[in-house]
Design a binder for this molecule. Structure first.
Ligand code: G4P
Length: 526
Protein backbone atom coordinates (compact mmCIF):
# COMPACT_ATOMS: atom_id res chain seq x y z
CA UNK A 1 0.00 0.00 0.00
CA UNK A 2 1.33 3.44 -0.83
CA UNK A 3 2.04 6.11 1.79
CA UNK A 4 -1.02 8.08 0.70
CA UNK A 5 -3.26 5.03 0.87
CA UNK A 6 -2.00 4.26 4.36
CA UNK A 7 -2.53 7.87 5.39
CA UNK A 8 -6.03 8.13 3.96
CA UNK A 9 -7.26 5.00 5.68
CA UNK A 10 -6.49 6.22 9.21
CA UNK A 11 -9.04 7.62 11.64
CA UNK A 12 -7.73 8.63 15.05
CA UNK A 13 -10.27 9.74 17.61
CA UNK A 14 -11.14 9.89 21.29
CA UNK A 15 -14.38 9.14 23.11
CA UNK A 16 -15.21 11.70 25.75
CA UNK A 17 -17.90 11.57 28.37
CA UNK A 18 -18.74 12.13 31.97
CA UNK A 19 -17.96 8.99 34.01
CA UNK A 20 -20.69 6.35 33.70
CA UNK A 21 -22.23 7.62 30.47
CA UNK A 22 -20.99 4.49 28.70
CA UNK A 23 -17.57 5.30 27.19
CA UNK A 24 -16.03 1.94 28.12
CA UNK A 25 -19.06 -0.01 26.91
CA UNK A 26 -19.13 1.84 23.58
CA UNK A 27 -15.36 1.38 23.11
CA UNK A 28 -15.79 -2.31 23.68
CA UNK A 29 -18.62 -2.63 21.18
CA UNK A 30 -16.60 -0.76 18.57
CA UNK A 31 -13.69 -3.14 19.15
CA UNK A 32 -16.04 -6.12 18.80
CA UNK A 33 -17.20 -4.81 15.39
CA UNK A 34 -13.61 -4.44 14.36
CA UNK A 35 -12.80 -7.96 15.53
CA UNK A 36 -10.06 -6.58 17.75
CA UNK A 37 -11.58 -8.43 20.67
CA UNK A 38 -13.76 -11.51 20.65
CA UNK A 39 -15.71 -11.30 23.87
CA UNK A 40 -17.50 -8.59 25.77
CA UNK A 41 -15.76 -7.61 28.98
CA UNK A 42 -12.29 -7.69 27.43
CA UNK A 43 -11.81 -3.97 27.84
CA UNK A 44 -11.48 -3.31 31.53
CA UNK A 45 -13.05 -0.18 32.79
CA UNK A 46 -10.37 2.30 33.73
CA UNK A 47 -12.67 4.04 36.11
CA UNK A 48 -11.27 5.23 39.39
CA UNK A 49 -13.67 3.89 41.94
CA UNK A 50 -14.92 6.38 44.48
CA UNK A 51 -12.91 4.82 47.29
CA UNK A 52 -9.64 5.17 45.39
CA UNK A 53 -8.30 8.17 47.29
CA UNK A 54 -7.09 6.01 50.10
CA UNK A 55 -6.65 2.80 48.18
CA UNK A 56 -3.24 2.79 46.54
CA UNK A 57 -3.56 -0.68 45.13
CA UNK A 58 -6.65 0.46 43.31
CA UNK A 59 -4.70 3.35 41.79
CA UNK A 60 -1.94 0.97 40.72
CA UNK A 61 -4.47 -1.43 39.27
CA UNK A 62 -6.01 1.39 37.29
CA UNK A 63 -2.61 2.47 36.08
CA UNK A 64 -1.97 -1.04 34.81
CA UNK A 65 -5.24 -1.03 32.93
CA UNK A 66 -4.64 2.37 31.49
CA UNK A 67 -1.41 1.23 29.77
CA UNK A 68 -3.42 -1.38 27.93
CA UNK A 69 -6.23 0.98 27.02
CA UNK A 70 -4.19 4.07 26.09
CA UNK A 71 -4.53 3.25 22.41
CA UNK A 72 -6.86 0.71 20.93
CA UNK A 73 -6.62 0.06 17.22
CA UNK A 74 -8.82 -2.00 14.95
CA UNK A 75 -9.65 -2.38 11.29
CA UNK A 76 -13.13 -1.89 9.93
CA UNK A 77 -14.17 -1.67 6.25
CA UNK A 78 -10.53 -1.32 5.28
CA UNK A 79 -10.01 1.63 7.62
CA UNK A 80 -7.54 1.59 10.48
CA UNK A 81 -9.28 3.11 13.47
CA UNK A 82 -7.23 4.30 16.45
CA UNK A 83 -9.16 5.03 19.63
CA UNK A 84 -7.23 7.03 22.20
CA UNK A 85 -8.40 6.59 25.75
CA UNK A 86 -9.40 9.64 27.73
CA UNK A 87 -9.85 9.24 31.48
CA UNK A 88 -13.27 10.48 32.54
CA UNK A 89 -12.29 11.07 36.16
CA UNK A 90 -11.92 14.80 36.75
CA UNK A 91 -8.67 14.43 38.70
CA UNK A 92 -7.09 13.24 35.48
CA UNK A 93 -8.63 15.94 33.31
CA UNK A 94 -5.24 17.23 32.23
CA UNK A 95 -4.33 13.82 30.88
CA UNK A 96 -7.49 13.94 28.82
CA UNK A 97 -6.81 17.47 27.54
CA UNK A 98 -3.39 16.35 26.38
CA UNK A 99 -4.73 13.24 24.69
CA UNK A 100 -7.21 15.43 22.81
CA UNK A 101 -4.25 17.11 21.10
CA UNK A 102 -3.43 13.77 19.51
CA UNK A 103 -6.86 13.00 18.01
CA UNK A 104 -8.43 14.20 14.79
CA UNK A 105 -12.04 13.95 15.94
CA UNK A 106 -14.11 12.93 18.95
CA UNK A 107 -17.29 11.07 19.79
CA UNK A 108 -19.12 12.49 22.80
CA UNK A 109 -21.25 10.03 24.77
CA UNK A 110 -24.23 11.40 26.67
CA UNK A 111 -26.50 9.47 29.04
CA UNK A 112 -30.10 9.97 27.86
CA UNK A 113 -31.34 10.28 31.45
CA UNK A 114 -28.63 12.54 32.80
CA UNK A 115 -28.18 14.78 29.81
CA UNK A 116 -25.12 17.01 29.57
CA UNK A 117 -22.88 16.63 32.63
CA UNK A 118 -20.02 18.80 33.91
CA UNK A 119 -17.04 16.78 32.70
CA UNK A 120 -18.50 16.60 29.21
CA UNK A 121 -18.97 20.36 29.20
CA UNK A 122 -15.31 20.97 30.08
CA UNK A 123 -13.96 18.54 27.52
CA UNK A 124 -16.19 19.70 24.70
CA UNK A 125 -15.10 23.27 25.38
CA UNK A 126 -11.50 22.24 24.65
CA UNK A 127 -12.59 20.46 21.46
CA UNK A 128 -14.55 23.49 20.30
CA UNK A 129 -11.58 25.78 20.90
CA UNK A 130 -9.61 23.58 18.55
CA UNK A 131 -12.51 23.10 16.13
CA UNK A 132 -12.24 19.33 16.51
CA UNK A 133 -15.06 17.60 14.59
CA UNK A 134 -17.55 16.09 17.06
CA UNK A 135 -20.13 13.32 16.71
CA UNK A 136 -22.62 12.91 19.58
CA UNK A 137 -23.92 9.51 20.71
CA UNK A 138 -26.88 9.56 23.08
CA UNK A 139 -26.72 6.35 25.06
CA UNK A 140 -28.96 4.15 27.22
CA UNK A 141 -32.14 4.51 25.17
CA UNK A 142 -33.28 1.22 26.70
CA UNK A 143 -33.96 3.31 29.81
CA UNK A 144 -36.36 6.14 30.39
CA UNK A 145 -34.69 9.44 29.80
CA UNK A 146 -35.14 12.97 28.62
CA UNK A 147 -37.19 13.87 25.56
CA UNK A 148 -35.08 13.81 22.40
CA UNK A 149 -35.78 17.40 21.39
CA UNK A 150 -35.13 18.68 24.92
CA UNK A 151 -31.80 16.88 24.89
CA UNK A 152 -30.80 18.40 21.58
CA UNK A 153 -31.63 21.84 22.99
CA UNK A 154 -29.59 21.08 26.11
CA UNK A 155 -26.61 20.00 23.98
CA UNK A 156 -26.83 23.18 21.92
CA UNK A 157 -27.14 25.33 25.02
CA UNK A 158 -24.64 23.73 27.39
CA UNK A 159 -22.08 22.45 24.92
CA UNK A 160 -22.45 25.27 22.42
CA UNK A 161 -22.74 22.79 19.56
CA UNK A 162 -24.97 23.07 16.53
CA UNK A 163 -26.53 19.67 16.17
CA UNK A 164 -28.12 17.63 13.41
CA UNK A 165 -29.85 14.37 14.37
CA UNK A 166 -28.82 11.57 12.02
CA UNK A 167 -31.00 8.99 13.70
CA UNK A 168 -34.12 9.25 15.81
CA UNK A 169 -35.42 6.95 18.53
CA UNK A 170 -38.78 5.24 18.29
CA UNK A 171 -39.93 5.34 21.90
CA UNK A 172 -37.69 4.96 24.90
CA UNK A 173 -37.20 2.71 27.93
CA UNK A 174 -39.92 0.03 28.06
CA UNK A 175 -41.46 1.40 24.86
CA UNK A 176 -38.15 1.57 22.99
CA UNK A 177 -38.74 0.00 19.57
CA UNK A 178 -35.72 1.07 17.62
CA UNK A 179 -34.03 3.87 15.81
CA UNK A 180 -34.78 5.37 12.44
CA UNK A 181 -31.57 6.23 10.64
CA UNK A 182 -32.05 9.32 8.55
CA UNK A 183 -28.51 8.89 7.32
CA UNK A 184 -29.20 5.47 5.79
CA UNK A 185 -33.00 5.71 5.50
CA UNK A 186 -33.39 2.54 7.50
CA UNK A 187 -35.43 1.53 10.47
CA UNK A 188 -33.39 -0.53 12.88
CA UNK A 189 -35.52 -2.56 15.24
CA UNK A 190 -34.42 -3.01 18.80
CA UNK A 191 -33.84 -6.47 20.22
CA UNK A 192 -31.98 -6.40 23.49
CA UNK A 193 -28.46 -7.86 23.26
CA UNK A 194 -28.93 -8.80 19.60
CA UNK A 195 -25.99 -9.08 17.27
CA UNK A 196 -27.93 -6.71 15.08
CA UNK A 197 -27.91 -8.71 11.92
CA UNK A 198 -29.66 -7.64 8.78
CA UNK A 199 -33.03 -9.07 9.82
CA UNK A 200 -33.32 -6.32 12.36
CA UNK A 201 -32.95 -3.63 9.75
CA UNK A 202 -35.71 -2.59 7.41
CA UNK A 203 -35.06 -0.21 4.61
CA UNK A 204 -37.68 2.55 4.65
CA UNK A 205 -36.98 5.28 2.15
CA UNK A 206 -40.43 6.76 2.54
CA UNK A 207 -41.79 7.04 6.06
CA UNK A 208 -45.40 7.22 4.82
CA UNK A 209 -45.37 3.51 4.05
CA UNK A 210 -47.89 1.44 6.02
CA UNK A 211 -45.10 -1.01 6.74
CA UNK A 212 -44.11 1.32 9.51
CA UNK A 213 -47.37 0.60 11.39
CA UNK A 214 -46.80 -3.12 11.01
CA UNK A 215 -43.35 -2.83 12.49
CA UNK A 216 -43.77 -0.44 15.41
CA UNK A 217 -47.52 0.01 15.86
CA UNK A 218 -49.82 2.88 15.00
CA UNK A 219 -48.98 5.26 17.78
CA UNK A 220 -45.22 4.99 17.47
CA UNK A 221 -45.42 5.23 13.68
CA UNK A 222 -47.40 8.47 13.82
CA UNK A 223 -45.09 9.89 16.41
CA UNK A 224 -41.99 9.03 14.39
CA UNK A 225 -43.41 10.63 11.23
CA UNK A 226 -44.23 13.82 13.11
CA UNK A 227 -40.85 14.00 14.77
CA UNK A 228 -38.85 13.28 11.64
CA UNK A 229 -40.89 15.95 9.83
CA UNK A 230 -40.08 18.38 12.55
CA UNK A 231 -36.37 17.55 12.35
CA UNK A 232 -36.33 18.11 8.60
CA UNK A 233 -38.00 21.48 9.14
CA UNK A 234 -36.04 22.72 12.14
CA UNK A 235 -32.54 21.42 11.58
CA UNK A 236 -30.36 22.32 8.62
CA UNK A 237 -29.40 19.65 6.13
CA UNK A 238 -26.27 17.80 7.13
CA UNK A 239 -23.21 18.96 5.21
CA UNK A 240 -20.08 16.90 5.84
CA UNK A 241 -17.79 19.90 5.40
CA UNK A 242 -19.61 21.75 8.20
CA UNK A 243 -18.92 18.82 10.50
CA UNK A 244 -15.26 18.74 9.43
CA UNK A 245 -15.00 22.46 10.14
CA UNK A 246 -16.38 21.86 13.63
CA UNK A 247 -19.53 23.83 12.79
CA UNK A 248 -22.12 21.07 13.16
CA UNK A 249 -22.30 17.84 15.12
CA UNK A 250 -24.29 14.85 13.89
CA UNK A 251 -26.22 13.10 16.68
CA UNK A 252 -26.96 9.38 17.01
CA UNK A 253 -29.16 7.53 19.48
CA UNK A 254 -28.62 4.01 20.77
CA UNK A 255 -27.79 1.69 23.60
CA UNK A 256 -24.18 0.68 23.83
CA UNK A 257 -24.72 -2.20 26.25
CA UNK A 258 -27.26 -3.73 23.87
CA UNK A 259 -24.98 -3.08 20.93
CA UNK A 260 -27.74 -1.02 19.45
CA UNK A 261 -27.14 1.94 17.20
CA UNK A 262 -23.41 1.32 17.43
CA UNK A 263 -22.96 -0.01 13.93
CA UNK A 264 -24.83 3.00 12.47
CA UNK A 265 -22.55 5.27 14.45
CA UNK A 266 -19.43 3.45 13.31
CA UNK A 267 -20.49 3.33 9.65
CA UNK A 268 -21.19 7.04 9.59
CA UNK A 269 -17.97 7.74 11.47
CA UNK A 270 -15.98 5.78 8.88
CA UNK A 271 -17.71 7.71 6.08
CA UNK A 272 -17.31 11.21 7.43
CA UNK A 273 -14.60 11.41 10.13
CA UNK A 274 -11.42 13.20 9.10
CA UNK A 275 -8.19 11.37 8.44
CA UNK A 276 -4.94 12.68 9.95
CA UNK A 277 -5.08 16.48 10.17
CA UNK A 278 -2.28 19.03 10.02
CA UNK A 279 -0.65 20.09 13.29
CA UNK A 280 0.58 23.54 14.27
CA UNK A 281 4.10 24.05 15.52
CA UNK A 282 5.78 27.23 16.70
CA UNK A 283 7.70 27.23 13.44
CA UNK A 284 5.05 26.25 10.85
CA UNK A 285 2.07 24.01 10.10
CA UNK A 286 3.01 20.40 9.53
CA UNK A 287 0.81 18.63 6.97
CA UNK A 288 0.30 14.86 7.16
CA UNK A 289 1.29 14.31 3.53
CA UNK A 290 4.79 15.70 3.99
CA UNK A 291 7.30 12.98 3.33
CA UNK A 292 9.57 13.73 6.28
CA UNK A 293 8.58 12.14 9.56
CA UNK A 294 7.56 14.31 12.54
CA UNK A 295 5.64 13.50 15.70
CA UNK A 296 5.14 14.52 19.31
CA UNK A 297 4.82 12.88 22.70
CA UNK A 298 1.45 13.48 24.36
CA UNK A 299 1.55 10.93 27.15
CA UNK A 300 4.16 9.13 29.21
CA UNK A 301 3.50 6.03 31.20
CA UNK A 302 5.90 4.69 33.81
CA UNK A 303 6.57 1.00 33.94
CA UNK A 304 4.52 -0.82 36.50
CA UNK A 305 7.47 -2.94 37.52
CA UNK A 306 9.72 -0.94 39.85
CA UNK A 307 12.70 -3.10 38.87
CA UNK A 308 12.48 -1.84 35.32
CA UNK A 309 12.46 1.91 35.47
CA UNK A 310 11.76 2.43 31.78
CA UNK A 311 8.68 4.20 30.62
CA UNK A 312 6.50 4.22 27.54
CA UNK A 313 6.25 7.53 25.70
CA UNK A 314 3.20 7.69 23.43
CA UNK A 315 4.02 9.43 20.18
CA UNK A 316 1.48 10.68 17.66
CA UNK A 317 2.80 10.60 14.13
CA UNK A 318 1.96 13.82 12.32
CA UNK A 319 3.78 13.49 8.99
CA UNK A 320 5.89 11.09 6.98
CA UNK A 321 6.64 7.48 7.86
CA UNK A 322 8.16 6.46 11.15
CA UNK A 323 10.62 3.61 10.80
CA UNK A 324 12.09 1.25 13.32
CA UNK A 325 15.85 1.42 13.99
CA UNK A 326 16.19 4.77 12.27
CA UNK A 327 17.87 7.77 13.85
CA UNK A 328 15.55 10.65 14.64
CA UNK A 329 16.20 14.03 16.17
CA UNK A 330 14.97 14.54 19.74
CA UNK A 331 14.49 18.27 19.26
CA UNK A 332 14.58 19.43 22.91
CA UNK A 333 17.69 17.45 23.71
CA UNK A 334 19.22 18.07 20.29
CA UNK A 335 20.33 14.48 19.97
CA UNK A 336 19.69 11.58 17.68
CA UNK A 337 17.86 8.54 19.01
CA UNK A 338 16.70 5.34 17.37
CA UNK A 339 14.15 2.86 18.59
CA UNK A 340 14.51 -0.87 18.26
CA UNK A 341 11.16 -1.84 19.76
CA UNK A 342 8.50 0.72 18.90
CA UNK A 343 5.12 -0.82 19.71
CA UNK A 344 1.70 -0.54 18.26
CA UNK A 345 -1.45 -1.47 20.08
CA UNK A 346 -4.26 -3.64 18.84
CA UNK A 347 -6.66 -3.63 21.78
CA UNK A 348 -4.66 -5.07 24.66
CA UNK A 349 -2.08 -6.72 22.40
CA UNK A 350 1.25 -4.98 21.92
CA UNK A 351 3.34 -5.70 18.84
CA UNK A 352 6.60 -4.32 17.53
CA UNK A 353 6.07 -2.20 14.44
CA UNK A 354 8.48 -1.58 11.60
CA UNK A 355 6.60 1.36 10.18
CA UNK A 356 3.88 3.71 11.32
CA UNK A 357 1.95 6.44 9.50
CA UNK A 358 0.34 9.79 10.27
CA UNK A 359 -2.55 9.29 12.67
CA UNK A 360 -0.88 6.31 14.31
CA UNK A 361 0.22 6.32 17.91
CA UNK A 362 3.22 4.26 18.86
CA UNK A 363 4.75 3.46 22.21
CA UNK A 364 8.47 4.18 22.59
CA UNK A 365 10.43 2.61 25.42
CA UNK A 366 12.20 5.42 27.19
CA UNK A 367 14.68 5.54 30.03
CA UNK A 368 13.93 9.15 30.94
CA UNK A 369 14.63 11.10 27.75
CA UNK A 370 11.12 12.25 27.05
CA UNK A 371 8.70 14.64 28.53
CA UNK A 372 5.23 15.55 27.39
CA UNK A 373 5.24 17.83 24.36
CA UNK A 374 8.63 16.66 23.03
CA UNK A 375 9.02 16.37 19.30
CA UNK A 376 10.85 13.85 17.17
CA UNK A 377 11.77 14.69 13.57
CA UNK A 378 14.10 13.78 10.73
CA UNK A 379 16.22 16.82 11.58
CA UNK A 380 13.97 19.86 11.46
CA UNK A 381 13.51 21.95 14.60
CA UNK A 382 9.79 21.79 15.35
CA UNK A 383 7.91 22.54 18.57
CA UNK A 384 4.33 21.28 18.46
CA UNK A 385 1.78 23.60 20.00
CA UNK A 386 -1.38 22.87 21.91
CA UNK A 387 0.03 20.82 24.78
CA UNK A 388 -0.08 23.38 27.57
CA UNK A 389 -0.02 22.92 31.32
CA UNK A 390 -2.99 24.49 33.04
CA UNK A 391 -2.98 26.39 36.29
CA UNK A 392 -3.45 23.68 38.93
CA UNK A 393 -6.35 23.74 41.36
CA UNK A 394 -4.65 22.35 44.45
CA UNK A 395 -1.27 23.14 45.95
CA UNK A 396 0.94 21.71 48.69
CA UNK A 397 4.50 22.23 49.86
CA UNK A 398 6.52 19.07 49.42
CA UNK A 399 9.15 18.24 52.05
CA UNK A 400 11.84 15.59 52.03
CA UNK A 401 11.43 13.28 55.01
CA UNK A 402 14.60 11.27 54.43
CA UNK A 403 17.72 13.46 54.04
CA UNK A 404 19.72 10.47 52.80
CA UNK A 405 17.39 10.13 49.84
CA UNK A 406 17.39 13.72 48.61
CA UNK A 407 18.75 12.72 45.20
CA UNK A 408 16.13 10.01 44.74
CA UNK A 409 13.41 12.45 45.68
CA UNK A 410 14.63 15.04 43.18
CA UNK A 411 14.86 12.43 40.43
CA UNK A 412 11.49 10.93 41.26
CA UNK A 413 9.77 14.29 41.32
CA UNK A 414 11.39 15.33 38.08
CA UNK A 415 10.34 12.13 36.28
CA UNK A 416 6.81 12.21 37.63
CA UNK A 417 6.50 15.81 36.44
CA UNK A 418 7.75 14.75 32.96
CA UNK A 419 4.93 12.25 32.92
CA UNK A 420 2.54 15.11 33.59
CA UNK A 421 1.25 13.69 36.88
CA UNK A 422 1.43 17.16 38.45
CA UNK A 423 3.41 20.39 38.24
CA UNK A 424 6.33 21.47 40.36
CA UNK A 425 7.00 25.10 41.23
CA UNK A 426 10.18 26.22 43.00
CA UNK A 427 9.88 29.47 44.91
CA UNK A 428 12.53 32.01 44.06
CA UNK A 429 12.52 33.52 47.53
CA UNK A 430 13.31 30.49 49.69
CA UNK A 431 13.77 27.62 47.25
CA UNK A 432 10.80 25.70 48.64
CA UNK A 433 9.02 23.33 46.31
CA UNK A 434 5.29 23.34 45.71
CA UNK A 435 3.35 20.65 43.91
CA UNK A 436 0.27 21.74 42.03
CA UNK A 437 -2.35 19.27 40.80
CA UNK A 438 -5.77 19.24 39.23
CA UNK A 439 -7.21 16.83 41.79
CA UNK A 440 -6.43 15.59 45.28
CA UNK A 441 -5.85 12.05 44.07
CA UNK A 442 -2.50 12.94 42.49
CA UNK A 443 -0.93 13.81 45.85
CA UNK A 444 -1.49 10.24 47.01
CA UNK A 445 -0.28 8.85 43.71
CA UNK A 446 2.94 10.90 43.90
CA UNK A 447 3.72 9.94 47.49
CA UNK A 448 3.08 6.28 46.81
CA UNK A 449 5.08 6.16 43.62
CA UNK A 450 8.02 8.12 45.07
CA UNK A 451 8.27 5.52 47.78
CA UNK A 452 7.77 2.42 45.63
CA UNK A 453 9.62 3.40 42.49
CA UNK A 454 12.34 5.73 43.76
CA UNK A 455 12.77 4.77 47.42
CA UNK A 456 12.17 8.38 48.43
CA UNK A 457 9.74 9.69 50.97
CA UNK A 458 8.03 13.01 51.26
CA UNK A 459 5.44 14.76 53.32
CA UNK A 460 3.06 17.54 52.36
CA UNK A 461 2.32 20.80 54.07
CA UNK A 462 -0.66 22.95 53.28
CA UNK A 463 -0.07 26.13 51.34
CA UNK A 464 -2.69 28.71 50.81
CA UNK A 465 -2.81 29.28 47.08
CA UNK A 466 -5.55 30.03 44.64
CA UNK A 467 -3.82 30.01 41.25
CA UNK A 468 -0.43 29.78 39.58
CA UNK A 469 -0.18 32.12 36.57
CA UNK A 470 2.58 32.25 34.03
CA UNK A 471 3.75 35.84 33.69
CA UNK A 472 5.45 37.87 31.00
CA UNK A 473 5.91 41.54 30.16
CA UNK A 474 6.59 43.49 27.02
CA UNK A 475 9.58 45.21 28.55
CA UNK A 476 12.28 44.10 30.97
CA UNK A 477 11.88 47.08 33.26
CA UNK A 478 8.24 46.35 34.14
CA UNK A 479 9.05 42.69 34.64
CA UNK A 480 11.98 43.46 36.96
CA UNK A 481 9.86 45.84 38.99
CA UNK A 482 7.09 43.29 39.32
CA UNK A 483 9.50 40.52 40.29
CA UNK A 484 11.19 42.59 42.96
CA UNK A 485 7.94 43.91 44.45
CA UNK A 486 6.27 40.49 44.54
CA UNK A 487 9.35 38.35 45.17
CA UNK A 488 7.69 36.24 47.85
CA UNK A 489 5.05 35.13 45.33
CA UNK A 490 7.31 34.27 42.43
CA UNK A 491 8.32 30.76 41.48
CA UNK A 492 9.71 28.97 38.46
CA UNK A 493 8.05 26.01 36.82
CA UNK A 494 9.97 22.94 35.78
CA UNK A 495 11.11 24.54 32.53
CA UNK A 496 12.31 27.69 34.29
CA UNK A 497 9.35 29.85 33.28
CA UNK A 498 8.24 32.55 35.71
CA UNK A 499 5.08 31.91 37.63
CA UNK A 500 3.10 34.18 39.95
CA UNK A 501 1.53 32.33 42.89
CA UNK A 502 -1.67 34.09 43.87
CA UNK A 503 -3.05 33.47 47.34
CA UNK A 504 -6.58 34.40 46.44
CA UNK A 505 -8.72 35.69 43.62
CA UNK A 506 -8.42 39.08 45.25
CA UNK A 507 -4.58 39.12 45.31
CA UNK A 508 -4.59 38.09 41.69
CA UNK A 509 -6.96 40.90 40.78
CA UNK A 510 -4.85 43.40 42.73
CA UNK A 511 -1.68 42.26 40.98
CA UNK A 512 -3.41 42.55 37.61
CA UNK A 513 -4.64 46.06 38.47
CA UNK A 514 -1.34 47.27 39.94
CA UNK A 515 0.87 45.89 37.21
CA UNK A 516 -0.96 46.58 33.95
CA UNK A 517 2.20 45.88 31.91
CA UNK A 518 2.34 42.31 33.12
CA UNK A 519 0.37 39.58 31.36
CA UNK A 520 -1.00 36.82 33.56
CA UNK A 521 -1.65 33.54 31.76
CA UNK A 522 -3.63 30.62 33.10
CA UNK A 523 -1.87 28.12 30.93
CA UNK A 524 1.77 27.64 30.11
CA UNK A 525 1.36 28.10 26.38
CA UNK A 526 0.44 31.59 25.28
P1 G4P B 1 -17.89 5.02 31.44
O1 G4P B 1 -16.77 4.27 30.79
O2 G4P B 1 -18.38 6.19 30.62
O3 G4P B 1 -17.64 5.43 32.83
O4 G4P B 1 -19.18 4.07 31.48
P2 G4P B 1 -19.32 2.49 31.35
O5 G4P B 1 -19.19 2.06 29.94
O6 G4P B 1 -18.48 1.81 32.36
O7 G4P B 1 -20.86 2.36 31.73
C1 G4P B 1 -21.37 2.80 32.96
C2 G4P B 1 -22.57 1.95 33.34
O8 G4P B 1 -23.60 2.14 32.39
C3 G4P B 1 -22.27 0.47 33.37
O9 G4P B 1 -23.05 -0.11 34.38
C4 G4P B 1 -22.77 0.00 32.02
O10 G4P B 1 -23.10 -1.35 31.99
C5 G4P B 1 -23.98 0.88 31.86
N1 G4P B 1 -24.39 1.08 30.45
C6 G4P B 1 -23.62 1.35 29.38
N2 G4P B 1 -24.37 1.45 28.26
C7 G4P B 1 -25.64 1.24 28.63
C8 G4P B 1 -26.89 1.19 27.92
O11 G4P B 1 -26.97 1.38 26.71
N3 G4P B 1 -28.01 0.97 28.66
C9 G4P B 1 -27.97 0.75 30.00
N4 G4P B 1 -29.12 0.53 30.61
N5 G4P B 1 -26.81 0.77 30.70
C10 G4P B 1 -25.67 1.01 30.02
P3 G4P B 1 -22.50 -0.42 35.82
O12 G4P B 1 -23.59 -1.12 36.53
O13 G4P B 1 -21.92 0.80 36.44
O14 G4P B 1 -21.28 -1.34 35.55
P4 G4P B 1 -21.26 -2.87 35.16
O15 G4P B 1 -21.26 -3.55 36.46
O16 G4P B 1 -22.44 -3.13 34.31
O17 G4P B 1 -19.97 -2.97 34.41
Amino acid sequence: MSFLEELNRRRTFGIVSHPDAGKTTLTEKLLLFGGAIQVAGAVKSNKIKKSATSDFMEIERQRGISVATSVMAFEYRGVKVNILDTPGHQDFAEDTFRTLTAVDSVIVVIDVAKGVETQTEKLVKVCRMRKTPIIVFINKLDREGKDGFDLLDEIEEKLGLNVRPMSWPVGMGQRFKGVYSMYEKKLVLFRPHSKQDDEDMVEITDLSTTKLEELVGEEAAAELRDEVNMIEEVYPEFVVQDYLDGEISPVFFGSAINNFGVRELLDCFIDIAPGPLARITEERTVGPKEDKFAGFVFKIHANMDPKHRDRIAFLRICSGTFQRNTNYLHVRQNKKIKFSNPTSFMAAKKTVVDEAYPGDVIGLYDSGNFKIGDSLTEGEILHFKGIPSFSPEQFRYVNNTNPLKAKQLAKGLSQLMDEGVAQLFTKEFDGRKIIGTVGALQFDVIQYRLEHEYGASCSYEPVNLHKACWVEANDDKSLKEFLSKRKRDIAKDKDGHLVFLAESAWTLKMAQDNFPDIQFHFQSEF
